[in-house]
Design a protein around this ligand. Structure first.
Ligand code: SAM
Length: 294
């Protein structure tokens, strides 16, 4: 792949379109610098078990670099949806037949109208072939208070779970919640139930950004952990095409999965690399399978 510096006048830490480079490679993890739409095209088909990601939200939020190809700055919602559909198409190709794609998206108001962007994107994914398995409501008890007069304060985001087939890999026992009280038999507690199937409403506080130079919203680790446990087998590969400060990759590695991360910002990847090295120690150069076959 061609490596290039950004065009004059553009933040040098953000690559322009049509460039991508391998930023870091070890036995357990690969990081790529570039536009997710382009880097994904270089990954092998049917090689990823599970993607978990949080793309930049539609407009309004200024991010690192702000380069032309950076997703989120599109002029219309339709263009934004199409940008995420381009990513969704490549993810469909690189995902194994039993694989999953978890997509976290926030919504926004434009001229006092709630745009419904996450569902527009979800339907675009259906057009590609993804099947919607769940819509998880991430309830944020520590939401930002608003002073609006004619509407309520948003305190949730959506997390969609898409699958390629009805036979998608799913380890429910890995994410059951303890049920209480324990079941009592004639001789006292005789059976420990496996636990309840969790609901599709997850209450998780927002986490402060661990990456001080960056105003991107960061995933709570607790949002990423159940999807990895349930939909990526141990030793399998987890991908985040907008890896940011590396939360998905770090949690995946801790849970003994391999990780691939892509980001358009070299600053983000530098930070992510440091976090990853803390988890895996010094790397040996032998990338995950998805990176080797192309
Ligand atoms: C919301 S942040 C991801 C935060 C991440 N979930 C975390 O926990 O840190 C979105 C990321 O997408 C990156 N980004 C924006 N446009 C991109 C593109 N076209 N290709 C790849 N990454 C892009 C930004 O640099 C940013 O790090």
């Amino acid at each position: 792949m061609r490596v290039s510096r950004a065009a004059r006048g553009v933040d040098p830490t953000v690559v322009t379109s049509n460039v991508a480079s391998s930023f870091f490679a070890s036995r357990e993890c690969g990081l790529f610098l570039g536009d997710a739409r382009e880097v994904l095209r270089t990954l092998a088909a049917d090689s990823v078990d599970c993607t978990i990601t949080s793309p930049p939200y539609y407009s309004g939020r200024r991010h690192v670099g702000d380069a032309v190809h950076e997703i989120g700055g599109e002029k219309t919602v339709a263009e934004y949806v199409e940008a995420l559909a381009s990513v969704g198409r490549e993810l469909y190709r690189v995902t194994r037949p039993t694989g999953s794609y978890w997509l976290n998206l926030d919504d926004t108001y434009e001229r006092k109208e709630w745009l419904g962007i996450p569902w527009r994107v979800a339907f675009a994914m259906r057009e590609i072939g993804w099947k919607i398995r769940n819509e998880v409501i991430w309830h944020k008890p520590t939401h930002v208070p608003r002073a609006a007069k004619g509407r309520l304060t948003p305190a949730h985001e959506l997390l969609f779970h898409f699958v390629k087939s009805k036979d998608a890999y799913y380890d429910m026992d890995a994410i059951r919640q303890a049920s209480s009280p324990p079941i009592l038999g004639k001789r006292g507690v005789v059976k420990t139930p496996k636990g309840n199937v969790r609901t599709d409403v997850w209450t998780l506080p927002i986490e402060d950004s661990v990456f001080p130079q960056n105003d991107y919203a960061v995933f709570p680790e607790a949002l990423v952990e159940p999807p990895i446990r349930a939909t990526c087998p141990r030793g399998g590969t987890v991908l985040d095409p907008f890896v940011g400060s590396g939360t998905t990759a770090v949690v995946a590695l801790r849970l003994r999965r391999k990780a691939i991360g892509i980001d358009a910002s070299a600053d983000c990847l530098e930070f992510t690399k440091k976090r990853i090295l803390e988890v895996i120690g010094q790397p040996t150069i032998r990338p995950p399978d998805a990176l080797r076959t192309r």
